[in-house]
Design a protein around this ligand. Structure first.
Ligand SMILES: [Zn+2]
Length: 375
């Protein structure tokens, strides 16, 4: 597994670089086929890397699906091959390891998770006859919001009895992720009236002043007691210091724990009213990822906890503000368990690493979880 991880980490796969992502994906496909004998379906993409659906089981399909085939239930394993690291990163920071840890761009988020999944599926199909299909969907554009993959992930989720997401566990604690915040992003454009600040100050309506009121309003929608947060992250406006500013703009996001909080805040945002007479507001944007509510993870987590105990380790659960493709599947009401990838730390950071000792353990946990669902 470490040899495969080394090869995969050293194959760079920045989301925007289709050629590199496709190349790394080919390696994952090849190892999957060699180890499991499963079937590959490529969903070609023009802009991002191709999406890939690997599958095996009782109703293995090739290309187009017939009605009888869609009737066969399945479980879905979700991963992504892209990373946030630019091309060239491995030239000065290639895969490396010491006695405890493995390092390198994307090792934790989530190349180690992909390797663990291939070996888990391989072990499972060698030892058992499955009563359901296993679909392993590998996303090529997760780090940019799963724009080209979302529809395919949702389509597969709706045919699935359970979804296992290979995002890393939460930090060094190794906790699984049973709750993820939902994210919505917006831009706010404020239109005012320009004028000469010396000659015609009274005739102007300052868009920056209006924006200031709106920023305070938006930040004020934050409610820590419900774990709902609003963050205005970028603001700009104005052209010169002696001009009453007629246009200002801000970008903001909100993160919430529940679907009802998402609805409440999105409604508030869409109904913002200008404070200064003569200004207009335009809000654009919407929900990027709906929240992954704990109720959709609870049962699978209980099962995972029991299995971990049998395997000789204890498991914790955690809630996180970060979103994943698990948000999409849970929002459809499909049982989803996330954080089943590597144990380590430092996602999207230079100190990214995985705990080598945990690789086989988490691989075994995933294999047992899948088997519970496919008996
Ligand atoms: Zn990830």
């Amino acid at each position: 597994m470490l040899a495969d991880l080394e090869l995969l980490v050293n194959m760079e796969s920045p989301t925007k670089d289709k050629a590199l992502v496709d190349q790394a994906m080919e390696f994952v496909i090849r190892r999957f086929q060699e180890l499991t004998g499963g079937v590959v379906e490529r969903i070609s993409q023009a802009r991002f890397g191709d999406q890939v659906k690997l599958h095996l089981g009782i109703g293995t399909v090739t290309g187009t699906e017939t009605e009888s085939e869609t009737a066969i239930r399945q479980i879905l394993v979700l991963g992504h091959v892209d990373t946030v690291w630019p091309a060239g990163e491995t030239a000065h920071r290639p895969f490396s390891k010491d006695a405890q840890r493995a390092y390198g761009p994307g090792v934790f988020d989530m190349k180690c998770g992909l390797i663990q999944a291939i070996y888990a599926i391989s072990a499972l199909v060698k030892q058992h006859k499955l009563a359901k299909n296993i679909v392993f969907f590998i996303n090529s554009d997760e780090e940019m919001g799963s724009r080209s993959s979302r529809e395919w992930i949702e389509k597969e989720a709706l045919k699935s009895d359970a979804v296992f997401v290979l995002e890393p566990a939460l930090g060094a604690s190794g906790a699984l992720k049973t709750e993820r915040k939902g994210v919505a992003r917006f831009t706010l454009d404020v239109q005012g009236v320009s004028s000469h600040s010396g000659i015609d100050h009274r005739k102007g309506i300052n868009a920056l002043e209006e924006l200031a009121y709106q920023i305070i309003y938006l930040q004020g929608l934050t409610d820590y007691s419900k774990d709902s947060t609003v963050n205005v992250g970028i603001a700009s406006g104005g052209s010169a210091v002696n001009v009453v500013c007629d246009h200002a703009k801000a970008e903001f996001e909100l993160r919430v724990q529940t679907i009802s909080e998402m609805e409440r805040l999105v409604h508030a945002v869409r109904n913002m009213q200008p404070k200064l007479k003569g200004t207009t507001l335009q809000v654009q944007g919407g929900v990027l990822r709906p929240p992954m509510e704990r109720k959709y993870s609870e049962e699978l987590y209980t099962s995972a906890k029991g299995l971990a105990q049998q395997l000789g380790f204890s498991l914790k659960e955690a809630s996180t503000g970060g979103a994943s493709d698990g948000n999409f599947t849970a929002a459809l009401g499909v049982p989803t368990l996330d954080g089943l990838g590597a144990v380590g730390d430092g996602a999207h950071a230079l100190h990214e690493y995985v705990e080598i000792e945990q690789i086989a353990k988490r691989c075994a946990l995933l294999a047992h979880l899948m088997w519970e669902q496919c008996k």
